[in-house]
Ligand binder design. Structure first.
Ligand code: ATP
Ligand code: MG
Length: 342
């Protein structure tokens, strides 16, 4: 099937599991804003149904969902141009996910590294939802026939699975109905690492708050976390090759490059030879300059929760105009009797 059969449409989501961080911003949010400038129809989703794959305090979940919506807008998404939704208000996501649960194979899901990482040794006690999560993610994307999905590097495997589900569905039913979605993993910071451990990605769910820069951190907190970030004793190299065996150093340079919108080589041409004692304050200043306006705007928007709720309601209405017909056609394809007018 050729991609040209489908109108370009962008979908991506973030979990409202609290602690929105710099990795989410550079790997996802900032990319969404770049896509918005391209004038392609785009849907950005607070994936609350994904968040409950691990237990969430109900009051915190509501707050995090609204805060995430505030973060989307503060980062530059315009709710008139892009469609902003929370997943549970568009029921077709969960409905299509059930169909995909019946398309995806157990073996495919067992291979998912996120499942292995998150379930860990305690897999028997993990929720069935955590295991099935990638099928819901495939439904999130394919219920819009989305062609492009901007994400961080950690989601690459889930997007490959999304393609496998689309291909198997099309093959099993002899149709060309679902597109083979393209992952869009771009920029200098597709995988921002923990500030405490250069081998782990920065995550909302990391128990250490010092591991990440939250979008709600104030200037002092940002500067302190960067000052304390793990590094090595060497000076910065003048070329990217010199970062190969130095994950923590590489991470800080990548973050600088992504925020300054420079290449890693350009950054190193400027800071090569400097010690971290000199580079860290530069990075902190840049991070504060880029993050503070977003933090301030998020806090302002959170004072108007009724506005946020209206934006989400309006978004879901626009979204359902796309998802309802696609779900209905899916049901028809797989042999479900559709309601007639009575
Ligand atoms: P959790 O720990 O709860 O899984 P998370 O930090 O991984 O949270 P998600 O909501 O799962 O955040 O992911 C939202 C988006 O942010 C995805 O596109 C994901 O690829 C991207 N992302 C997450 N962490 C990073 C990171 N460290 N660097 C770059 N992008 C990231
Ligand atoms: Mg994640």
């Amino acid at each position: 099937m050729t991609e040209t059969t489908f109108t370009p449409r962008v979908f991506s989501g973030i979990q409202p599991s609290g602690n929105l961080h710099l990795g989410n911003y550079l790997g996802a949010l900032k990319r969404f804003v770049d896509w918005q400038a391209k004038d392609v129809e785009s849907i950005y989703c607070m994936v609350d149904l994904h968040a409950i794959t691990v237990w969430q305090d109900p009051a915190d979940l509501k707050k995090s969902t609204r805060e995430l919506c505030a973060g989307f807008i503060a980062a530059g998404l315009d709710p008139e141009k892009s469609i902003l939704i929370n997943q549970s208000q568009v029921p077709e996501h969960a409905q299509l996910a059930w169909v995909f649960n019946c398309v995806a194979r157990m073996g495919w899901m067992q291979r998912m590294t996120q499942w292995k990482d998150k379930a860990g040794k305690n897999a028997q006690n993990a929720s069935l939802g955590l295991f099935a999560y990638p099928a819901l993610m495939a439904a999130d994307i394919l219920v819009y026939h989305a062609t492009h999905v901007p994400v961080g590097e950690d989601q690459k495997q889930h997007l490959e699975l999304t393609r496998d589900i689309a291909i198997k569905f099309n093959h099993d039913y002899g149709v060309n109905f679902f597109p083979e979605t393209e992952p869009v993993i771009e920029g200098a910071a597709t995988r921002v690492m923990s500030l405490r451990d250069g081998s782990k990605k920065m995550s909302k769910s990391d128990p250490s708050d010092a591991s990440r820069i939250n979008l709600t951190d104030d200037a002092d907190a940002i500067a302190k976390k960067i000052r304390k970030a793990k590094t090595d004793p060497e000076a910065l190299p003048s070329e990217a090759k010199g970062l190969e065996e130095r994950p923590e150093a590489r991470n800080l340079v990548n973050i600088y490059a992504a925020m300054a919108e420079m290449s890693v080589d350009q950054v190193l041409a400027e800071v090569g030879g400097k010690q971290f004692s000199e580079f860290k304050p530069m990075l902190a200043d840049l991070a504060v300059a880029k993050m503070s306006p977003i933090t301030t705007e998020m806090a302002r928007l959170m004072e108007h929760q009724d506005e946020i709720d209206k934006i989400l309601a309006r978004g879901s209405e626009r979204a359902r105009a796309i998802t309802a017909p696609i779900l209905s056609q899916t049901y028809d394809i797989i042999g479900m009797v559709r309601p007639v007018e009575v």
